[in-house]
Design a protein around this ligand. Sequence first.
Ligand code: PXG
Ligand code: PLP
Length: 427
Amino acid sequence: MPFTGNRQFKKDPRIISSASGAYYFDQRGRKIFDGLSGLWTCGLGHNIPEINDAVAQQLKTLDYSPAFQFGHEKSFQLAEQITEFMPEGLNRVFFTNSGSDAVETSLKMARAYWRAKGQPNKTILIGRQKGYHGVNYGGLSVGGIPNNKIPFGDGLTSDHLTHTITDASLFSKGQPKQGAGLADELLELIKQHDAAAIAAVIVEPVAGSAGVIPPPVGYLDRLKQICSDNNILLIFDEVICAFGRLGTKTGAEAFGVTPDIMTIAKQVTNGAIPLGAAVVRQEIYDTFMDTDAPDYMLEFAHGYTYSAHPVACAAGLATLNVIEQQQLIPRVAQTSLHFESSVHQLKHASNVTDIRNYGLAAGITLAPYENEPARRPYEVAMKMWDKGFYVRYGGDTVQLGLPFIVDQQEIDLLMTALDECINASSK
Ligand code: PXG
Ligand code: PLP
C-alpha cells in the first residue's frame, strides 16, 4: 500500500466502504468526518451527482480516444475552463494523469524551453526543504522531505532553498509577517551554480504535505523578482493549492504572484478520476511552436497514454462548474475565519509546538517522543479515527484539509475531538 505502514495496517485494517458529502462510512458502518477531503482531493464533498452523472454519460459516449496525434472536444473545453481559474497570462494547458506527472512535465518543459532558446546548459533545478513534488525522480530531486528521497539514490542535479518555518513564524495565523528575506538565499545559490546553469525554481505557494506552511509576507514576490532578474523560470506546484483550498482560485491569486508554470491535479476533478496538468505562459508555448521543423514534427516530445482522458475531462468540467455555480471559493474564504480561530485554540493542548493555517488547510506540529518523531501524530490520528474523524498524519505533524462545504458546528466537533486526542497522547 502507498505511503502506509503496511505491517500495522494488516494488523488493524481501516477499510472505507462508501461516502456522502463530508463523511465516509467504514466497513463497520461507522460515519467518519473527512478531515482531509480525501487526500486534499474532494473539497466539494463526496458523490457529487453532477460529477458522477458526467462520468457515467462520458463512459456511454467516448470511453477513450488516443492521446497522441488525435484530440477530443472535452480536452479543449476543460483547458479553456481551467484557464478561467488561472491568473492572467497562464493560458496554455498540458494534461497529465496526476500531480507527480504534472511536476515531471513542468521540469522537462523548463529544460526544453531553455534549450529551444539556445541555452541548453540551463538544467539545474532548485526546490526547497520540506517541499513535496510527488514521487517520480524529477519531483524527488527537487523535493525536500528526506525520508522520501534517501532510499532511492541519485536524482537530477538540484539544490534547495531552506524552508520558511522559523522561531518568528511559530503559531502565525495565516502568513508569517517575517521571513521574506529567506528568498534571498536564491541569490546565494545563483552565486554557487551560476544563473546560466539554472533552469527553474519550483515551490509550493503553501507547502502541503510537510504540514501546511504558508509563505511569509513578501517571500514569493521576492522569489519571483530574483527569478525574473536572472532568467530563471518560476514554477508553482499548486497540486494542493489550486481550485479553492486557500479561499482563492489559486495560490498565485492568494499571494499576488504569477509563476511561469503552474502544476495542478487533485481538486480539478474533485478526486473522482485522476487528472493533472502543467499550465504555462503563452511565451513558453510560443517558444516551442516557433520552429523551422516541418509541421508534422513534434514540438514537445512528451505525453502520457492517458493525457486528457475523456472521462477525467468530463469529471473536470463538471467539478469546475459546481465550484463556480455553488460559489464554493468565497465560501472557503468565509469559513476559514472560524477555522483559523478554532484551530489555534489547540495551542493549549499538550506537546503542540506550532500551528499553521491558510484557507481550509492547517498543520499542527507535535513534540516528538524521544527517538520516535513520527509516533505521536500517528497515535493522535488513530485515536481520531476511533472517534469518527479522519485526519492526516505524516512526519511530526497532523494535517487538516476540510471539505469546502464544512459548517461551523462540524469544525467545533473536530477541534474538540482533536484536543482530547492530543492531550491523551501526553505521556
Ligand atoms: N505536488 C504537490 C504539491 C502535492 O501535494 C504532488 C505533487 C503529487 O501528486 P500525486 O497526484 O502524484 O500524488 C502532490 C501530492 C498529504 C498528501 O497528505 C499530499 C499529496 C499526496 C498524498 C498525500 O499531504 N500530495
Ligand atoms: N512502459 C511501456 C512499455 C509503455 O509502452 C508505455 C506507454 O506506451 C509506458 C511505460 C508509459 O505509460 P503511460 O503513457 O501510461 O505513462
